[in-house]
Write a protein of this length. Structure first.
Length: 53
């Protein structure tokens, strides 16, 4: 799945606004995504818009 970052909470070095990210997995409803820091973490889905299933 591909998602676009639309949140404001994690702006900075972790995400770039409106950039498309690959979801590595969905765990308990949260998205595991590789950040700009080359580390993967879980994030709430309300910070993203799905652009490709």
């Amino acid at each position: 799945m591909k998602v676009k970052y639309i949140g404001k909470e994690y702006i900075g070095t972790a995400f770039e606004p409106d950039k498309i990210y690959d979801v590595l997995s969905v765990e308990k409803g949260w998205y595991r995504i590789m950040t700009e820091l080359d580390e993967d973490y879980l994030f709430p889905p309300n910070l993203f818009e799905i652009v490709e299933e």
